[in-house]
Ligand binder design. Structure first.
Ligand SMILES: *Cc1c(COP(=O)(O)O)cnc(C)c1O
Length: 362
């Protein structure tokens, strides 16, 4: 294992080594059943058990009890951008969207294909460098829902304060911060997250829906696109991505073993502080992009004096065993994504590398 890299990939991202090893051990034969999990019927007892256990564990980790459904769907978080308005945006109402980065913008533009989507607030004119002030957010009480993105993976910002929505249901894309920090999860009518950041490998999207919200869902769209269908059939209406669900289950077990969200949040705060401290102490050699109070603890972004210097940083980081530090192709710069599975040790090593790189190049 000595040649495993320090993995700061934005997604698909680092997985805990012990999860990979367990998956390897169980790959050919699952639970002494004579078959690989990938060769079994999704109607088999083993897969049904896996599905049920993973749903339960999810709610347990989020501290949610009765009145919620956990669904496992394909198509990535991007499919949810369309499914949310298809299910919840009726022709007589509007939906509200707060734009804080390019994923939220994509969600908004999909909704516009389906119905009336209202731009409630946006930080686009500030180049996504902050989260709009929640005091200025005004929500129409008749709106079908408000959609937010709690952590902006590409830009490197996050919400610290949630909008007050009254009776308007709050829906969140939590793809890049679910299970990384405490949030008042019970305030959300629906949460969704593509697995490949904090939850497992790509291929499955976790959706958590409040029972009351489900009541509002449209039944005039094709069955395969309805949340109701997935609830009614426990996500087994058609063949689910069994292997991805299995991997997610292992990651959730690992999450629980780490002490759950509380412990991981502390560790993530410490990891983020290590890197932001280097940025802030660098006298402008590393330039943070996001307003300090809105900085993400999952995706740390910064720029350097020239693109040439940034390229040199990336090249040398790779020579030193660091993976995935280039910023998103749409924005450039640098980004270190330190999801739950990225160790404190990896962040310490990166902080030291950054200090040394500045000493040599500053
Ligand atoms: C990665 C990401 C997405 C896109 O996820 P896909 O599974 O690739 O569709 C959407 N939203 C956020 C916040 C993300 O981080």
């Amino acid at each position: 294992m000595s040649n495993r890299l320090f993995n700061f990939n934005p997604g698909p991202a680092a997985l805990p080594l012990e999860v990979l090893i367990q998956a390897q051990e169980e790959f050919v034969e699952y639970q002494n059943l004579g078959l690989s999990l990938m060769e079994m019927s999704h109607r088999s007892a083993a897969v049904e058990q896996l599905n049920e256990d993973t749903q339960k564990l999810f709610l347990q980790l989020l501290g949610l009890k009765k009145g919620y459904h956990v669904l496992f769907m394909g198509g990535g978080a991007s499919t949810q951008f369309a499914l949310v308005p298809l299910n919840f945006l009726p022709p007589y109402a509007a939906a509200e969207y707060i734009l804080t980065g390019s994923f939220s913008e994509k969600a908004y533009s999909e909704a516009k294909f389906i119905g009336a989507a209202r731009l409630t607030a946006s930080s686009k004119n500030d180049k996504w460098s902050k989260i709009p002030s929640m005091n200025e957010v005004e929500i129409d009480r008749a709106s079908a829902y408000l959609h937010i993105t709690t952590n902006n993976t590409i830009e490197g910002s996050r919400y610290n304060e949630l909008p007050t929505t009254g009776d308007v249901p709050l829906i969140a894309d939590m793809t890049s911060d679910l299970l990384s920090r405490k949030l008042p999860f019970q305030r959300f009518a629906m949460i969704y997250a593509g697995a490949q950041k904090n939850l497992g490998p790509a291929g499955v999207t976790a959706v958590i829906i409040k029972e009351e919200m489900l009541q509002r869902a449209s039944s005039s769209i094709p069955q395969i696109l309805r949340y109701e269908t997935f609830v009614k059939h426990q996500s087994l209406y058609n063949t689910p991505p069994v292997h991805s669900i299995y991997m997610m289950k292992l990651v959730l077990n690992w999450t629980q073993k780490q002490g759950g969200i509380d412990q991981l949040e502390q560790r993530n705060t410490e990891k983020a502080r290590l890197l932001y401290d280097v940025i802030d102490a660098s006298g402008g050699f590393y330039q943070g992009i996001i307003n300090k109070e809105d900085r993400s603890h999952m995706n740390m972004t910064w720029r350097m004096a020239s693109e040439e210097m940034e390229q040199r940083f990336i090249a040398e980081s790779e020579q030193n065993g660091f993976e995935g530090l280039a910023g998103h192709r749409s924005v450039g710069g640098l980004r270190a994504s330190s999801y739950n599975a990225v160790s404190l040790q990896a962040c310490k090593a990166l902080a030291e590398f950054m200090i040394e790189f500045q000493r040599m190049n500053g």
